[in-house]
Design a binder for this molecule. Structure first.
Ligand SMILES: Nc1ncnc2c1ncn2[C@@H]1O[C@H](COP(=O)(O)OP(=O)(O)OP(=O)(O)O)[C@@H](O)[C@H]1O
Length: 623
């Protein structure tokens, strides 16, 4: 204990307990102050004054008065026991640990713009923006139904609600409230509410169009008088469902939509967040990635299907082109389902098509499945091919599933890799990219080993260049839909089987294949979980610049330089994208070859390691 403590104890003899309390308070404060200041030393050592005189001097000191004031404030603060304004505020305050941080925070908070912001916040928060409602009548009849007065401030947004008229009674009801719209955010209008008045004008007996006109003509605030729907239950409990659009839809071209302005257009491949499926005919959805919180009306799956059917049968010519008899081939006649397997006619010589089916690396190891694709048949002419595609496509979008329910999927490390499918117009560089990828990292990427019925050659090994099988076995495999693609050349059959794909995947490698877009559908299974990358052509100008040394293989000239095919190539690429984009998970423009290779690697890495949207049916057990 310091000398000064003892001195004070000796000289202070308070008379009453109240005085004692006060004095104790002062004593402790003074002790605290003096212990930490020079005064302590000066007073206790160098000055020869009596205790009473010392106390008097101290109590008159301005710094002590300030200290006592502070003490009073703290006591008051303690009594009020204020709680932090936000739950995490006290946690935040602990983050300010050093005096430097405290000083920095203080200077930030006292800067003029922050002060102005806080002051504006306070004045906005204190103001009352509620509508001034008319006073309730003093006497309400007994049988009066509960009436709700809703006041909405009209801005540039639509109201976000549709109305309908009861044909028998002429009453106007709220038909639906659009999620995230003005009416929905107010929380005051619900489907089934009876609309009695709009801005003081009764609406019973009016046509919905007349009511809409009143709404359009209103400025500023709109006052609704509604009788709430007592049976309304909150729809916020609705589960969000994610769908991939497999067709295009434009509400402005749909005469059956209740309100075209509330409709949402989408195109194939768009990801939709369906927020409301309570109506069997019209769902509410938002497009992902979300740019607005407001949903739009889209036709339900069943509604869209019946629209497709209607449209289909209204086009008599398509019926003939769609239901086209199979070609008279012994193999094709065995097929029961055209969409399951695609029969390609191989038109180039085998050596050019299947050059190096297995490639030997620098260490002398063979990397199998390194053949050219079956896509060479297309080289005859872009125009001819386009014609055949549009005239005989069996899975025309007109009859396809309009929506595909999807969910985010992250591949567990112990599961097989996803199958990587490359698709692109002929000549765009699909094979080049595939080849480069496999050469770059043969222990990670591999192509499937094809099957053939031709005789094995001296330098070949079965299972390395090809799986050499008998014609009977090959045909049996065709009948059992075991081929993704197959073809015939000079009496020999060649094909890529799903077993060969599974073989690569089972070995823990990433299987890379390139197929015709028609062949994607049968590969879309829960087991393979394919990730489809569309290799897109850049502009004809860029093609001309980048393909100076490129060679192209055709049926009549095995290896010739690209000439002026670039406009056609770009057009073919665009058409393919438009027609099949709903199946593509990623689009890669093959402009500069090096860049395209790098991008391809990173897309594949993401496909294998990051969450991706896949059809929910792929995660089901029975798949
Ligand atoms: N980005 C690129 N820059 C320069 N040349 C390229 C590029 N991509 C591909 N090529 C060249 O273009 C030519 C055709 O490419 P590739 O054979 O890969 O086409 P493809 O899309 O596989 O068509 P197909 O399957 O019909 O053969 C090849 O000579 C290839 O080296």
């Amino acid at each position: 204990m310091s000398v000064f403590h003892l001195l004070l104890r000796r000289n202070l003899q308070p008379q009453t307990s109240a005085v004692k309390l006060q004095t104790d308070k002062y004593i402790y404060l003074i002790c605290w102050m003096l212990e930490s200041t020079e005064i302590h030393r000066v007073l206790s050592v160098s000055r020869n004054v009596s205790g009473a005189q010392l106390l008097h001097e101290l109590l008159c000191a301005p710094w002590l008065r300030a200290l006592l004031k502070m003490y009073e404030c703290l006591l008051q603060f303690q009594r009020l026991t204020p709680s932090p304004f936000l739950p995490y505020a006290s946690g935040l305050s602990h983050e300010v640990t050093t005096p430097t941080e405290a000083r920095e925070l203080y200077s930030l908070l006292s800067s003029p713009h922050i002060q102005a912001l806080l002051s504006s916040h306070d004045s906005v928060a204190q103001s009352d923006y509620g509508p001034v409602l008319p006073p309730l009548p003093n006497e309400l009849p007994e049988d009066e139904e509960a009436m709700r007065i809703v006041c909405l401030v009209k801005n540039n947004q639509p109201l976000g609600a549709t109305i309908r008229r009861d044909e028998e009674t002429g009453e106007i009801y709220i038909a639906r409230v659009i999620h995230g719209g003005l009416a929905d955010r107010s929380g005051l209008l619900h489907p089934g509410d009876l609309l009695v008045e709009v801005n003081g004008s009764p609406v019973v007996g009016l046509e919905p169009e007349q009511v809409i006109q009143i709404l359009i003509n209103s400025q500023g605030t709109i006052l609704f008088k509604v009788i709430p729907n007592s049976t309304h239950s909150s729809s916020s409990s609705q589960k969000l469902v994610y769908m991939k659009a497999m067709v295009d839809y434009c509400p402005l071209q749909d005469s059956s939509i209740p309100c075209p302005n509330a409709g949402m257009a989408f195109s194939r491949g768009d990801l939709l967040e369906v927020v409301d499926q309570s109506d069997g005919q019209w769902w509410q959805a938002r497009k992902l990635p979300r740019v607005t919180s407001c949903a739009g009306l889209i036709p339900s799956a069943s509604m869209l299907k019946s629209k497709q059917r209607e449209q289909w049968w209204c086009q008599p010519l398509q019926v003939h082109t769609c239901i086209r008899p199979c070609e008279d081939s012994s193999l094709l006649s065995l097929l029961t389902d055209l969409s399951v397997c695609v029969h390609l006619q191989i038109v180039a010589g085998e050596e050019s098509i299947f050059q190096s089916p297995a490639w030997q690396d620098r260490d002398g190891l063979f990397i199998s499945g390194f053949r050219r694709s079956f896509r060479l048949w297309r080289r005859t002419s872009y125009r001819k091919r386009r014609q055949s595609c549009t005239s005989c496509s069996p899975n025309s979008s007109a009859m396809s599933t309009p929506y595909e329910e999807v969910a985010l999927y992250q591949r567990p490390p112990q599961e097989n890799h996803r199958l990587i499918i490359l698709v692109g117009a002929t000549g765009v560089g699909v094979n080049e990219l595939r080849k480069r990828l496999i050469k770059l990292n043969p222990s990670t990427f591999q192509g499937p080993v094809p099957h053939t019925t031709r005789r094995i050659r001296a330098e070949e090994q079965t299972g390395r260049e090809y799986h050499f099988v008998t014609k009977e076995l090959f045909e049996y495999m065709v009948c059992n839909h075991r081929f993704v693609e197959y073809g015939e050349y000079k009496g020999h059959l060649y094909g890529t089987s799903t077993d060969a794909i599974n073989d690569v995947l089972r070995r823990g490698r990433m299987c890379i294949i390139d197929v015709e877009p028609h062949s994607i559908q049968p590969l879309r299974t829960g087991k393979l979980k394919p990730y489809v990358i569309f290799i897109k052509a850049p502009s004809p100008d860029r093609l001309r610049q980048t393909r100076r040394d490129a060679r192209i293989i055709t049926n009549y000239t095995i290896n010739r330089a690209f000439t002026d095919d670039f406009v056609e190539l770009e057009e073919a690429s665009r058409l393919m994208e438009t027609k099949y984009k709903q199946f593509f998970d990623s689009v890669l423009v093959n402009d500069d070859l090096q860049d395209a290779c790098m991008q391809l690697c990173s897309i594949i890495q993401q496909a294998q390691d990051e969450p991706q949207w896949i059809p929910v049916s792929w995660s089901r057990r029975d798949e």
